[in-house]
Design a protein around this ligand. Structure first.
Ligand code: PLP
Length: 221
C-alpha cells in the first residue's frame, strides 16, 4: 500500500502539471490537505514530508488533535472548510488561520467581533451555493456581491476569496466557472474549489486553493 507521503507527492506533481497546462505556476495553487476523520498518527507523516497547509470540517474534531501537533510544527496553517455555528466562533478564531465557510450575516458579525477581541486576522472565503441546492450552505450566486459588500462595509471584514462545493452528481466544471466569474467580478483573487476527484479541473478554471482529502490520506472509514 502506498503511504500518505507518497500520495502527497503524487498529488503535488499533478497540481504542478495542471497549473502548467493552465499557463499558471505550481506556486499559484495552495494544496490544503483535508485531514478530517484522520488522527495525529495519520497526519504526522504528511507533516514530516514538509506539508504545512491542512483543513478540517469540524471545529471540535480539530480542537482535539491540532493544538498538540502545532507544538511540534508551529508554522502549520489550519483551514476550516466545514460549516461554522456561531457558538463555535470563539474556538474557531483561536484555532484556525482561514475560514472557507462564511455564508451568512450573523456569522460575519460574530467573526468580526471575535477577530477584534482576539487580535487575529483570519483569511476569509465566502461560500457560494453555485448549485442552488436548498440543503447546502452558501450564498446564492446572485446575492454574493451584496453579501461581500456588507461584510466589508458593515463588519469591516477583509474577504480574501470565494469557495464552492459543487453538487455531488453534477459535472463540477460549470460550477467552477460560476465561481471564477464571480471572483473576477468582485475583485477577489482567491478561489477555494476542487477536491480529490476534480482538483485538476478546478485548477484549469482558476482555483487558487484546492482541498484534497482522500487522495492524500486514503479512503475515509
Ligand atoms: C472532505 C472535504 C473535502 C475533501 O474531500 P476529498 O474528496 O476527500 O478530497 C474538501 N472540501 C470539503 C468542504 C470537505 O468537507
Amino acid at each position: 500500500m502506498e503511504d500518505a507521503a507518497a500520495r502527497l507527492a503524487a498529488v503535488k506533481a499533478r497540481i504542478a502539471a495542471a497549473a502548467e497546462a493552465a499557463g499558471r505556476g505550481a506556486s499559484d495553487v495552495r494544496l490544503i490537505a483535508i485531514s478530517k476523520t484522520f488522527d495525529a498518527a495519520a497526519i504526522t507523516p504528511v507533516l514530516a514530508a514538509g506539508h504545512r497547509e491542512f483543513g478540517e470540517n469540524r471545529v471540535q474534531e480539530a480542537q482535539g488533535k491540532w493544538p498538540a501537533l502545532r507544538e511540534h510544527f508551529p508554522d502549520l496553517v489550519l483551514h476550516l472548510v466545514g460549516p461554522l455555528q456561531t457558538n463555535k466562533v470563539r474556538a474557531a478564531v483561536g484555532l484556525f488561520d482561514a475560514i472557507h465557510s462564511l455564508d451568512r450575516e450573523k456569522l460575519a458579525r460574530e467573526l468580526a467581533r471575535e477577530m477584534t477581541r482576539q487580535k487575529r486576522a483570519l483569511s476569509l472565503f465566502v461560500q457560494v451555493n453555485t448549485g442552488a441546492e436548498p440543503q447546502k450552505a452558501g450564498i446564492a450566486p446572485q446575492e454574493a456581491a451584496a453579501f461581500v459588500e456588507r461584510c466589508r462595509r458593515e463588519h469591516g471584514l477583509k474577504i480574501n476569496g470565494l469557495m464552492c462545493i459543487p453538487p455531488f452528481h453534477d459535472d463540477p466544471e460549470p460550477h467552477f466557472e460560476v465561481l471564477r466569474r464571480l471572483g473576477a467580478d468582485l475583485g477577489l483573487a482567491a478561489l477555494s474549489m476542487g477536491m480529490s476527484g476534480d482538483y485538476e479541473a478546478a485548477i484549469a478554471h482558476g482555483a487558487t486553493d484546492v482541498r484534497v482529502g482522500s487522495a492524500i490520506f486514503g479512503a475515509r472509514g
